[in-house]
Design a protein around this ligand. Structure first.
Ligand code: PAF
Length: 299
C-alpha cells in the first residue's frame, strides 16, 4: 500500500492508473477507522480496480465548541487496517497541504438550503466545511467514483447536490449503515460513550425505526410522530436535538402524498452526539423492510 501526503504525488499515480483504463475509487475519511469504513473499502474494491482512502480530520467542518482537538486520531492502526483490506493508496495530507492559506478567508463551497437544516442548523458551517473539503479531495485525487456511508445521510445528500451543481465528473456511491448487533450505527464517536451510555445508545435507532414503521402503517401526522419520538429519547436518558421526517433527497418537510421519506434523529448521550436515520419508501414496503428489520451488522 502506498502512503502519500502530497496531492501532486496522488494525482501522478491516479493518472497512471486511469491511463491504463483502471477505474479509481476514493473513500474519504477522517480516520479512526471502524468496520463501517472497511465496508466502504470492500464496496470500493467491487466497483473499481484501484482504491484510494483519504484520512484528514478537517478543521473547517468543526465548530469552535466542537471536538476537533479531541477527535480520535489513530493513523498507525488505520494504515494497518487499510493494508489488510487491500487498499492501493492512503492519502494523508496535513493541514498545510489541504489549506495552504489557512482555513479563514479561503474559498468555500456552499450548498444552500440543505446545508442549513437539521444538523446544519445545530452545527452552523459544518456542511460548508464538508462540501469544501470533499470538493478539494475530488480535485486532488480525481477519482471516478467516491463512496459515502448512509449513516451521515444529510452529508450524502449535500455531496450529491454539490457534485451535480458543480458538474464534477465523480460518481457518488452510497452504502447502507453498518450497525452493531443491537442496532447502534458504527461511529468513531461511539468511543465517547460510557458503559451505561453504550447500553442506552441503541434506543436512537429503535425509536427511528418505530417511527418509520408507524408511517408504513399509514400514520401521517408527522408532527405528532416526531414529538413522540423525541419524548421517548428524552425518557431513555438522551438529550434529543431533533427527530424529523423529511423528503428523502431534498430534506424538506414532506407533504402527506410524498412517498420517498427519511426519518432522521440526533441526540446527545453524555459526551457523544449521536446521529442516525431510517430511509423508507411507502410505495415499496418490501424494499426497505429488509433494511429496517435486518440492518447490516457486525458482531
Ligand atoms: O464523513 C466523514 O468522515 C467526513 O465528513 C468527510 C466526508 C471525510 C469529510 O471530511
Amino acid at each position: 500500500m502506498l502512503t502519500e501526503q502530497k496531492a501532486v504525488e496522488v494525482r501522478k499515480r491516479v493518472k497512471r492508473w486511469r491511463d491504463i483504463h483502471q477505474r479509481v475509487a476514493l473513500v474519504p475519511t477522517m480516520g479512526s477507522l471502524h468496520a463501517g469504513h472497511i465496508a466502504l473499502v470492500k464496496r470500493a474494491r467491487e466497483v473499481a480496480e484501484r482504491v484510494v482512502v483519504s484520512i484528514f480530520v478537517n478543521p473547517m467542518q468543526f465548530g469552535p465548541e466542537e471536538d476537533f482537538g479531541a477527535y480520535p486520531r489513530t493513523p498507525d492502526a488505520d494504515r494497518l487496517q487499510l493494508a489488510v483490506a487491500g487498499v492501493d493508496m492512503v492519502f494523508m495530507p496535513d493541514a498545510d497541504e489541504m489549506y495552504p492559506a489557512g482555513v479563514d478567508g479561503v474559498t468555500r463551497v456552499e450548498v444552500p438550503g440543505i446545508s442549513d437544516v437539521l444538523d446544519g442548523a445545530s452545527r452552523p458551517g459544518h456542511f460548508t466545511g464538508v462540501a469544501t473539503v470533499v470538493t478539494k479531495l475530488f480535485n486532488m485525487v480525481q477519482p471516478d467514483v467516491a463512496l459515502f456511508g448512509e449513516k451521515d445521510y444529510q452529508q450524502l445528500q449535500v455531496i450529491r447536490r454539490l457534485t451535480a451543481d458543480l458538474c464534477l465528473p465523480v460518481e457518488i456511491a452510497p452504502l447502507a449503515t453498518v450497525r452493531e448487533l443491537d442496532g447502534l450505527a458504527l461511529s468513531s464517536r461511539n468511543q465517547y460513550l460510557s458503559k451505561v451510555e453504550r447500553a442506552q445508545a441503541p434506543l436512537l435507532y429503535r425509536t427511528l425505526k418505530e417511527t418509520a414503521y408507524a408511517i408504513r402503517d399509514g400514520q401521517r401526522d408527522y408532527v405528532a410522530l416526531e414529538k413522540r419520538a423525541v419524548g421517548k429519547l428524552a425518557a431513555g436518558g438522551f438529550q434529543p436535538d431533533y427527530v424529523e421526517i423529511r423528503q428523502a433527497e431534498t430534506l424538506v418537510a414532506p407533504t402527506a402524498e410524498e412517498t420517498r421519506l427519511v426519518v432522521l434523529g440526533a441526540a446527545r448521550l453524555g459526551k457523544a452526539r449521536l446521529i442516525d436515520n431510517v430511509p423508507l419508501d411507502t410505495r415499496a414496503p418490501e424494499d426497505r423492510t429488509v433494511s429496517l428489520s435486518h440492518p447490516e451488522t457486525v458482531g
